[in-house]
Write a protein that binds this ligand. Structure first.
Ligand code: PGA
Length: 249
């Protein structure tokens, strides 16, 4: 049915040599895994060398962000075409750290998502509520808004190429994972809302990843839920052993 995705978001970690060491180890430990997508998302600097290193392996490449313009005077930015050219198949969009520290909004998420799709990249669009939003019982409302605005005006065909990552902000890097039931409740909600936006068939095929303190010892129970189709892993993706265990949940 839906092919699982295990993606590692390295954030601002790893030099070139550290990146290569990590992927060389992952290549060895994951070589026999063929029934799921395994994605590594290094910092921009390391994309080119990692792309070379993972050629002919089961690993796929993703970036952590992109700019929506095709090219131009946008100092410090990277375009979708550049990412596709270097060998990326995926790109993370709207991560809560970008929303929190770099002014990302639902509108810029939408622009980036469209640019990624136009370049043939698979966007992994992140949504999720903060702790105060959850405590105020606003989690569903926030996620619905992020989806409606962040995923606005896609064609049905485009909607079939999207991946969504549910990442409750209170669970990221905190060691507090959402319980499998808590996560499943939101994943089911996301699928329902996606169905209302883009139809039942797009929703049935939509891959929804969970992210937020995914570790080798909690991944199995999360992946056992019907609407959890994969994981977006931060901290535990930086160590080959841990990430390989998560990949092989
Ligand atoms: P974490 O990060 O696994 O370290 O909680 C997840 C993410 O931010 O994508």
């Amino acid at each position: 049915m839906r092919r699982p995705i295990i993606a590692g978001n390295w954030k601002m970690y790893k030099t070139l040599s550290e990146s290569l060491e990590l992927v060389e180890n992952l290549k060895l430990s994951c070589s026999s895994v063929s029934d799921r997508d395994i994605v590594v998302c290094p910092p921009f600097m390391a994309l080119a060398v990692v792309a070379q290193a993972i050629k002919k392996s089961v690993l796929k490449l993703g970036a952590q962000n992109l700019h929506w313009e095709k090219e131009g005077a946008f100092t410090g930015e990277v375009s979708a075409k550049m990412l596709a050219d270097v060998g990326c198949a995926f790109v993370i969009i709207g991560h809560s750290e970008r929303r929190q520290y770099f002014g990302e909004t639902d509108d810029t998420v939408n622009k980036r998502t469209k640019a990624a799709l136009a370049a043939g990249l698979t966007p992994i669009v992140c949504v999720g509520e903060t702790l105060s939003e959850r405590e105020a019982n606003r989690a569903f409302e926030v996620i619905e808004r992020q989806m409606k605005n962040g995923l606005a005006n896609l064609s049905v065909e485009e909607s079939q190429k999207i991946v969504i990552a549910y990442e409750p902000v209170w669970a990221i890097g905190t060691g507090k994972t959402a319980s499998p039931e808590q996560a499943e409740e939101v994943h089911r909600f996301i699928r329902e809302k996606f169905s209302a936006l883009y139809g039942a068939s797009a929703a049935a095929g939509l891959r929804i990843l969970y992210g937020g303190s995914v570790k080798p010892d909690n991944v199995k129970s999360l992946m056992a839920q019907g609407d959890i189709d994969g994981a977006l892993v931060g901290g535990a993706s930086l160590k080959a052993d841990d990430f390989a265990k998560i990949v092989k949940y």
